[in-house]
Design a protein around this ligand. Structure first.
Ligand code: MN
Length: 246
């Protein structure tokens, strides 16, 4: 399990860094300002091993996607916010929902990298599951608003297939639990429109090219096999309770 081994090594390195900083005498700030991750945002580890989505999404794709692509969005976002402490103090959804008030000089950086951070944070959460079909309130909402599971997945896959170049396909959820299908280019997110995301799939080539090459429709169909419906149900409940952040 090279992936787990590497995680263990990284964990050890972080502990060593923390211990050195503690010896330096400013324990509180040492963790927040570790040299490897300056800035307000950080990359959380994948919530499951990289091979968890095999065979539908290969471990190498998961590792590259999380450890390189998502990591770059976080690093670039932190770099963009370096001299903007007031903005950096805002929660990410608020920052993305108010892009017009972000200074011109960093607006595109915040849009692309902040959007990328939000989108991927959601994405890892709702995968690593067993697929199958939703149940309970989410299933009822899909039936009511999106024509049921079969119709919803067909429409979602078709919409994802129509995204030209890089982008995302989402199901949004409002405070009343109403669902809608939305696509966005690049790393844009419905958070930029003040909406909440229930779930979404990444149709950038980096999400599937190693295994599926140019066959995006095959990837879109296979992706449903790794959806974590219990996690989606948690997000649905949180959206209705007003506590869904990203
Ligand atoms: Mn991606």
């Amino acid at each position: 399990m090279p992936h787990l081994h590497r995680r263990a090594l990284l964990g050890g390195a972080a502990l060593l860094g923390g211990a050195a900083a503690l010896a330096g005498g400013s324990p509180g700030r040492a963790w927040a300002q570790a040299p490897a991750a300056p800035g307000p945002f950080r990359l959380d580890p994948l919530p499951y091993p990289a091979a968890k989505n095999e065979p539908h999404i290969d471990a190498a794709t998961m590792e590259l996607h999380h450890d390189k692509h998502h990591a770059a969005y976080v690093a670039n976002l932190n770099a963009a916010l370096k001299d903007h402490a007031d903005l950096a103090a805002k929660p990410l959804p608020e920052m993305l929902g108010g892009l017009s008030s972000v200074p011109d000089s960093i607006r595109t950086l915040v849009r692309n990298n902040g959007g990328g951070h939000a989108n991927h944070t959601m994405f890892w959460q709702i995968m690593g599951g067993e697929g199958g079909k939703p149940s309970g309130e989410v299933a009822a909402a899909i039936e009511r608003d999106l024509g049921g599971y079969d119709r919803m997945t067909a429409d979602f896959n078709a919409a994802g297939g129509r995204v030209f170049g890089s982008g995302w396909v989402f199901v949004t959820v409002d405070a009343d639990g109403k669902l809608a299908l939305v696509t966005k280019p690049n790393q844009d997110t419905p958070l930029m429109d003040g909406q909440k995301v229930l779930m979404g799939n990444d149709v950038w080539e980096h999400a599937y090219y190693l295994k599926y090459n140019n066959r995006r429709p095959d990837y879109l169909r296979a992706w449903w096999n790794v959806v974590n419906w219990p996690k989606v149900a948690e997000r649905y409940a949180a959206a209705k309770a007003g506590t869904l952040a990203i």
